[in-house]
Design a protein around this ligand. Structure first.
Ligand SMILES: [Zn+2]
Length: 641
């Protein structure tokens, strides 16, 4: 017998010797990081809940119980029973049976009604139909992309089952070495913003933390340094994605294009936002006539290999590495990765992008971890001058400016990023209108913002407490009657010719998309107003306009490239930029985050920031806290233990 089977054999023995015979266990197997137990008598296993919990604790694995295919009820009959059992108020939308996993997926509006008191309904469904119920909330707003992802996963569920089994075997292979080491190789995103990628190596395993692109740079510098000798796609055990922004996940399909077939760990909202942003990225490249680095086929392959984890779920991702996600507060689904290596040999926290302050949309990042020796921290706003204005002041300023433009009969254009800032600004405007500070005019939402908003409404439990409570009470601020989703170019024309209004449109830096179309039509009227609410990267049209306005020019003429012709745009509308809505921690928040960390790290490594900011933050942190802190270059190897 090979050693690989030994681990499963030990787990089998532990389970079989503790669960009574009536449970009629038919099969025990790996499925990704978890153990699946098939039973001919699910009711009996449910009686033994405590026993299962105890076994799971002993073997340190998550255990999933499924009915053996031979005992599952006929689907039609099962559906009848489910519909009879669950009260009408639950509003069931769809019931889908998954033959491979033995799950019945119930999509409903009110989950509590489906689940029943203490899970009573779910238990009865399992006992009577022998199908294992899985409940999914129907979001109050529809997202086509989410539906498509679900359909892909169900359609390919047989293949997915097979690959999860393979992943499970690989994770649970016995460790070969008794001594160990931990090192990281900076593949990208060090002393720069973009193409985040860190290879973490132990004697046993290789894990890639983030896999981003640097979209603003030329083709050559767009990807992480995958050509370094340390990086070997075939020995990669896992990829961990902290959040859906392209500078953290944009190169993931590229790995699949070149043959990676292992697991990719992320939260569920990240999976969906990532699908949305990757699809959009390819579409924009195509429109611009550029050669895409990969295709939708590679994107689908990446999604098929994702394993979604919630915050706080401790998960084996390699024989000697355990991953736990923690709340990062940066965008919906964003996470910090805690890596527990070699039974406590070394504990690493990689923050990814994070916000150490509550916003309207999200809670602040976590600072408490079970153990921590090495901290890898971002430094986007780590520079000496990176102190942002207070959020409440920024909100008031936005409301005041919008009011001023509307009252003089103008229209307000706010270019926004589709994920995060778009929703945050919607919430500020919503409150302004409800409090009567802003006249009740139509707020038009154009571009990917509405699809991203729909994904937000599907995950109230990932949002700020106040927003979540509102949504649970069926008060959804995103659905207020003054928010209108723009459907086509015709409607765009009507809007620019119509009454005073507010327009939120992508892209946030005027690099293309509907925001540029609106700008062309609104720019020449001094009654109108343009308000930037996010960082404008050098080289973008947004940055050019901002720079000229800041230099004191009243009338701005900027070149607009449209196709091969060069057009000029005269901007007479009022232009403002409001800082303080960022999803990143500013310098003060970065320092306070380290101050409040529990436990205190022994070493700090700074990444994800322009050269001087990364260096400045490293110097500052080591001076204040007397913890050795460095800001490495790309392509360095750093030994952690
Ligand atoms: Zn980000």
């Amino acid at each position: 017998m090979n050693r690989e089977r030994d681990v499963l054999e030990l787990i089998r023995r532990e389970i079989l010797s503790n669960i009574p015979l009536e449970a009629r266990i038919t099969r025990i197997d790996f499925e990704g990081p978890q153990i699946v137990v098939y039973t001919g008598n699910p009711a009996a296993v449910y009686e033994e809940e405590d026993v299962i919990r105890k076994i799971a604790k002993t073997i340190k694995k998550r255990i999933v119980i499924r009915a053996d295919p031979s005992v599952r009820m006929d689907k039609k009959k099962a559906e009848e029973i489910i519909r009879k059992l669950i009260p009408e108020e639950a509003e069931i939308h769809r019931i889908i049976f998954d033959d491979v996993t033995g799950e019945v997926i119930i999509k409903a509006k009110r989950l509590g009604q489906v689940i029943g008191k203490g899970g009573a309904n779910l238990k009865r469904i399992l006992i009577e139909t022998k199908w294992r119920p899985k409940v999914i909330r129907v979001p109050p707003m529809e997202s086509k992309i989410v539906e498509r992802i679900l359909d892909t996963l169900y359609r390919e569920s047989e293949r997915r089952q097979r690959l999860l089994h393979e992943i499970g075997r690989r994770i649970h292979r016995p460790t070969l070495y008794s001594d160990n080491y931990v090192r990281i190789i900076s593949l990208g995103g060090f002393k720069e913003v973009g193409r985040s990628a860190i290879l973490l190596q132990t004697k046993e395993s290789n894990v890639l933390l983030d896999c981003g692109i640097k979209p603003s740079s030329g083709y050559r510098d767009e990807f992480p340094y995958f050509d370094l000798p340390e990086f070997d796609i075939d020995s990669l055990d896992a990829v961990v994605i902290t959040h859906a922004h392209l500078d953290h996940c944009g190169a993931l399909p590229y790995l699949f294009k070149y043959g990676y077939r292992g697991p990719v760990y992320m939260t569920e909202p990240t999976q969906q936002l990532m699908a949305l942003l990757l699809k959009d990225y390819l579409e924009v490249l195509q429109k611009e006539g550029k050669h895409p680095p990969y295709t939708m086929k590679d994107v689908r392959e990446a999604i098929l290999h994702t394993i979604v984890l919630g915050y706080g779920e401790v998960t084996d991702i390699a024989p000697d590495i355990r991953l736990t996600f923690h709340y990062a507060g940066h965008i919906l689904g964003s996470a910090m990765a805690h890596l527990h290596i070699g039974n406590g040999f070394c504990n690493v926290v990689y923050t990814g992008d994070f916000k150490y302050e509550r916003t309207r949309l999200l809670e602040a990042a976590t600072t408490v971890f079970p153990r921590l020796e090495v901290l890898i921290i971002e430094s986007t706003y780590g520079g000496r001058d990176d102190v942002m204005p207070r959020r409440d002041e920024s909100e008031l300023l936005l409301i005041e400016l919008v009011r001023k433009a509307l009252l003089r009969g103008g229209k307000v254009l706010i270019p926004v990023l589709s994920v995060g800032r778009g929703q945050e600004i919607m919430l500020v405007l919503d409150e302004g209108i409800k409090k009567g500070l802003i006249p009740k005019v139509p707020v038009y939402i154009d571009g990917m913002v509405s699809e991203a908003t729909a994904i937000h409404t599907a995950y109230p439990e990932f949002l700020s407490r106040s927003l979540r409570d509102m949504m649970y009470n069926d008060e959804n601020p995103f659905l207020e009657e003054y928010f209108h989703v723009v459907k086509d170019a015709q409607q765009r024309l009507e809007i620019v010719e119509g009454e005073p209004c507010i327009i939120l449109a992508t892209s946030g830096m005027l690099t293309g998309g509907p925001s540029v179309e609106y700008l062309k039509n609104l720019a020449e009227d001094p009654k109108n107003m343009l308000i930037f609410v996010s960082y404008q990267i050098e080289g973008t049209l947004g940055r050019r306009i901002m720079d000229i306005v800041r230099s004191g020019e009243k009338e701005v003429i900027v070149p607009l490239s449209s196709g091969s012709r060069l057009e000029y745009l005269t901007i007479k509308m009022e232009v403002h930029a409001i800082e303080g809505f960022s999803g990143h921690s500013d310098r003060k928040q970065l320092i306070n985050f380290v101050r409040n960390l529990r436990p205190r790290p022994e070493r700090i490594i700074v990444n994800h920031g322009e050269r001087n900011k990364a260096e400045d933050l490293a110097n500052t942190l080591s001076r204040i806290f007397r913890i050795p802190a460095i800001a490495p270059e790309n392509m360095e190897a750093i030994r952690l233990r």
